[in-house]
Ligand binder design. Structure first.
Ligand SMILES: *Cc1c(COP(=O)(O)O)cnc(C)c1O
Length: 424
């Protein structure tokens, strides 16, 4: 399914012309395809159906309430990394009893909130956290379900800012500490060890790291059972990659092929925390060309979406396909080389930082002031990481379902920018 097809040389989201939405709602504009969100979730549900997994959509990838509601209605649960995310899950009307809570710095308030919400389990990342959860559960008179987060020392070959399962980063614990803490839980009436958690990093475009994690999980689960734990869950986190460039993303079935047999062998239930895989290619960011400019031997296309909207290129050097909404040259599969009929340009935003650059030396069709450009694969870690830097109000978000369009976040106003500030 292609949620953003070009039809008669014009970009659509499902059945709706993108230009119509830009006229109605202005730019920068986030457009999501509801049916692609559901398609991606179903792809994972189907691929892993054999082990009846609990799929916990990773809220941090895109935390818009309507997206959470869409996920909940389609049978997804949630992975949260803060009290705020748990609050959102509740506000979306979702059940919290299948929520998993990860993150290295859970505060006492967040732990209490999660226990009150009767979540499925905490992914515990340190001894200090384990002690805090035990103390708070004790005060509340409840038993806290915990999984320990293992740092499996697997190199998932992602960007240095998004690798999480390698020795030396802040996530999880090594196997020695894991065993120590498991032993500690055994004698703690406030805690119950229910599983093992690993999240290897993101985005991961091969299955090898998951195969290695699966093998490790089998060993660890067997060891824990021998030590007297009743282990029910293997949680392999998220990280499934997507196609940002062409079609480098794997289908969910490829990951399932290596994960499902391991989960079966361990005799456990599977939890997964996919974020990007579900929402990444479900969304685009549409900007409008403000100026084009020739300077220093280069051509700049300055459009009104910026790094405060989508920070991934500035933060991770990430590649996004970008193409006009009504192009003079049809979009080729490969946007990374020379393209006939196109000139080399830098596509930038208005923010006062050189890092506010979406593409450097990219072949791009000629555009004029007022033309619309689409930045693809913007549905994950787009709005979720956006800010008001340069006092830029955040854009509008719309959800498209066939021919139906729903505004799921209003455009911010100037008044919104200063809403919480006080004049001394
Ligand atoms: C960020 C994160 C995820 C989601 O990663 P994706 O690449 O978006 O699938 C899952 N689990 C944990 C613990 C995370 O921190």
């Amino acid at each position: 399914m292609n949620p953003f097809p070009y039809i008669n040389n014009e970009l659509y989201c499902e059945d709706v012309p993108v230009s119509r939405l830009a006229v109605e709602f202005g730019t920068p504009l986030w457009i999501y395809s509801k049916n692609f969100l559901l398609h991606q979730l179903r792809q994972i549900q189907t691929a892993f159906a054999d082990v009846d997994p609990v799929l916990c959509y990773s809220v941090k990838a895109n935390s818009n309430l309507s997206i959470l509601k869409t996920m909940a209605e389609a049978g997804s649960s949630f992975d949260v990394v803060s009290g705020g995310e748990l609050y959102r899950v509740k506000a979306a009307g979702a059940d919290t009893t299948k929520v998993v809570f990860a993150g290295v710095g859970k505060t006492d308030d967040e732990i209490r909130f999660a226990l009150e919400s009767k979540i499925l389990m905490f992914d515990v990342e340190s001894e200090g956290e384990l002690d805090a959860i035990s103390a708070i559960a004790g005060e509340m008179g409840v038993v806290a379900p915990v999984a320990l987060r293992l740092n499996p020392d697997i190199d998932a070959k992602t960007h240095s800012k998004t690798t999480t399962g390698k020795k030396g980063n802040k996530f999880g614990m090594d196997i020695e500490r894991f065993q120590e803490l498991a032993a500690k839980v055994l004698h703690d009436p406030n805690l119950k060890l229910t599983g093992i958690h690993m999240h290897l990093g993101s985005p991961i475009l091969t299955t090898d790291p998951y195969a290695a994690a699966g093998r490790k999980a089998i060993d660890v689960v067997q060891g824990l059972r021998a030590a007297g734990h009743e282990i029910n869950w293997i949680n392999l986190g998220g990280g499934f990659g997507i196609s940002y460039r062409q079609d480098e993303g794997l289908p969910a079935s490829a990951y399932a092929e290596v994960i499902v047999p391991a989960v079966k062998e361990a005799g456990c239930r599977l939890a997964l925390e996919p974020g990007r895989f579900i929402c990444g290619n479900s969304g685009i960011l549409v900007g409008k060309v403000v100026y084009t400019k020739q300077e220093g031997g280069k051509t700049f296309v300055i459009q009104d979406a910026a790094m405060n909207d989508l920070v991934r290129p500035a933060m991770y050097d990430s590649f996004h396909r970008i193409w006009p909404v009504k192009p003079s040259v049809a979009m080729p599969e490969n946007l990374e080389g020379e393209i006939s009929g196109c000139d080399k340009v830098d596509i930038v935003g208005p923010v006062c930082e050189s890092g506010d650059t979406f593409a450097k030396d990219r072949y791009f069709p000629e555009v004029q002031r007022g033309d619309l450009v689409a930045i693809f694969s913007a549905g994950a870690y787009g709005t979720a990481m956006s800010s008001n830097y340069n006092s830029r109000p955040r854009g509008c978000e719309v959800l498209v379902d066939g021919g139906k369009v729903t505004v799921i976040r209003r455009r911010e106003s100037y008044a919104d920018l200063i809403r919480h500030e006080l004049l001394d």
